[in-house]
Design a protein around this ligand. Sequence first.
Ligand code: ZN
Length: 138
Amino acid sequence: MKTPESHNGVAPGKEKSGQDFLRQRLTHFGLTMIVMALFISLLVIAVIWNWIFNWVSLLKGSRLTCIKKVDNEVAVCGAPVSRKKVLNKKTGIVIPRYKCINGHKLPEAHFHPVKKGTLGHTLWVISLLFCVIIFFLS
Ligand SMILES: [Zn+2]
């Protein structure tokens, strides 16, 4: 029996479906890679966002408070400080000088880094989980 579609004994339909299968596999692989890349990016962002924020804050001189001992050295001032670069006349080196609203001037201040809360930790754990799931499903 000869159908108009067959030639050389190989059913063209079968050959075509083989190619389709390969194309589907490649498309699926490409999509998996894109989704993986997205989740890995999300994972990286979820892990490092507070490091970057802290680094920028430190560079800008924000999130710093006064460490001047007050109340007979039992407490610290704790007021926000502003940072200035001053020239040490004796050594000729430019050093930071922190001045708080209470008028304390100190060569150093306490930095308050942003720590990941429960949400921050949950976010990166979920991202990692998705990466693992996608990796094993593909
Ligand atoms: Zn102070």
